[in-house]
Design a protein around this ligand. Sequence first.
Ligand code: NAG
Ligand code: NAG
Ligand code: NAG
Length: 704
Amino acid sequence: WIGLLFRSWSLCFSQAAEGTMVRNIQKVLCVAEKNDAARGIADILSNSRMRRREGFSRFNKIYECQYHMLGQNVAVVMTSVSGHLLAQDFKIPFRKWHSCNPLVLFDAEIETFCPENYMDIKRTLEREVQQCQALVIWTDCDREGENIGFEIINVCKAVKPSLQVFRARFSEITPGAIRTACENLTQPNQNISDAVDVRQELDLRIGAAFTRFQTLRFQKLFPNVLAEQLISYGSCQFPTLGFVVERFKAIQAFVPELFYKIKVTHDHEEGTVDFSWKRNRLFNHTACLVLYQMCMEDPVATVVEIGSRPRSKWRPLPLDTVELEKLASRKLKINAKETMKIAEKLYTQGYISYPRTETNIFPKDLNLPNLVQLQTQDPHWGAFAQRILDQGGPTPRSGTKSDQAHPPIHPTKYAGNLQGNDQRLYEFIVRHFLACCSQDAKGQETTVEIDIANERFVAHGLMILARNYLDVYPYEKWSDKVIPVYERGSRFQPTTVEMTDGETSPPQLLTEADLISLMEKHGIGTDATHAEHIETIKSRMYVGLTPEQRFLPGELGMGLVEGYDAMGYEMSKPDLRAELEADLKLICEGRKEKSVVLREQIQKYKRVFIEAVAKAKKLDEALSQYFGEVTHVAQEEEIYPAMPDPVRKCPQCNSDMVLKTKKNGGHGGGICHVWIPARSKAVPSVCPIITQLWVNMRVNNLTF
Ligand SMILES: *[C@@H]1O[C@H](CO)[C@@H](O)[C@H](O)[C@H]1NC(C)=O
Ligand SMILES: *[C@@H]1O[C@H](CO)[C@@H](O)[C@H](O)[C@H]1NC(C)=O
Ligand SMILES: *[C@@H]1O[C@H](CO)[C@@H](O)[C@H](O)[C@H]1NC(C)=O
């Protein structure tokens, strides 16, 4: 299904600019995602002869040159943004933490604006676009990049509505890729950008509602420990935290079991052969002892079976983002966030291809021999690269995943002057690439099976015949294991026959690589965001790292997950978020509309929120296991001032509703607030859903 899914993604991406009237263009504004990328692209377009001048932002320069583009010679004005140019937030009445009931945030109006520190960049764009007839978007070719592209388009079109707009598509900042992109300008893809808008809006609403609810509540309830603590919620953060807690609890719940086994050894001239029991182990001591005693009655071994077969150790698959993060974390001990930061830098400097990719198959049109050739000059792996070329050229292994947008991560330029982790990561990417283009390691495995009193034991020997890729890939080990020649039918006296015991051991705490694997498996976040979510739960103190760099949940993290679990709501489970991610993919593919996804997802999370608030006592209980008794049950008036007016739409009749306090303090269950239509002076018509929520809150003496 991955193939199917991504095929339509590729359609999104390759929609060409055919039929667009391109005439009378003298000057083209080009905008990249970062200054480094702008400089690199301008350097290529101008053959290193661009002119540089200042923009309003001192971090985002302007580079100028001439280039043949859109069928004519044009003046190119190349500049950049610094990631997203615009931001979203609630409108003023909802922005302050105490301004409204957090439930309102699911429907409150949101506005898009340019933050103060990006105004200079915006002003540069607005000034430069005046003289241009066309705009070419050169942001990174992924979802965020497409969205940033539309931010740039909106800013530019606002001052120049007649502007013609194009999108350059590229996976690396190298002369070949940049020139090809110029010859194949396409249209930006609104659907991909829409998916990002949806994600941003949902993250804002869901994150703000739950974060305010949790933070304000627990700061009040546990003032001694949590008074200053931001207790954030995010629909990716929580399942990520959930994985860490789940593993921790599995370890806590683990009961070790004793097991017993029989072990046979046989010394020879070059060492000792270990024979392992074909039953592996038994959990019944008596049973094991009986078998052991039978062996000991006549401990002579008969060789019953000798096998010999070729064994291969497979060279690595082409590198995608998730593998890069996992391998860098395991083999280089560079964490995912740092890895992606370095990889992005190497990409903008033209050393490697775009590091955010789900593809592990090299496209047919990629010139692999050239890429291998580039590495032959290196003193360490150059000879290996040359050997690949001399022995018939690259023979890349192929995976099964393709996003049809970017090739696997590979080196695009030789770098001999990098330092520190930049160098280590670059070296890893090169070695991985060369290993993948080489051959599997080959060996011959021998198997010897012996019989003692009808119990069978096996030993393996390995002779490595050709190390192949292992010569360039020190991150994996494979070693010879020498065993002497045995003859079928022969008998010998083992050196030892022992009965040993052991204990089953619990699983280990998660490493970062384990955590990324789980996130990927359950669809939490994307390859572009795994590292950020992990960073967030660390910075919120929900989890910490052991000295072995394994994730351990903190008290706050434990309390939150246990509390939400106790509600029966799967907040810390991955399903809710995975559904959201799947919907975002459908938007990109043009198979689901933005507005539909927004409506459905907001409704879904709002229901969860209402329920969570109603059952908030479960959270209090879970947290009080760690932070002591609840010291003070606040009234909601202490936390939230009167609601702004009007505050929300009635989900039943869709009219604006405001919250009113009843004069007599309520009746029956103690309802003292009701929602009434904002403009109606008539008898309050109480919306049943809201009333129910309020009843629950009152009955349980709860607050937001
Ligand atoms: C880009 O344009 C060139 C020349 O115009 C053409 O040969 C090539 O096939 C195009 N590449 C893509 C990926 O469309
Ligand atoms: C252990 O094995 C012995 C001998 O086979 C058997 O009699 C006994 O029932 C087993 N005990 C358990 C707990 O299974
Ligand atoms: C974008 O999505 C809409 C439906 O939401 C679809 O009709 C349209 O074809 C899509 N466009 C592209 C370029 O995929």
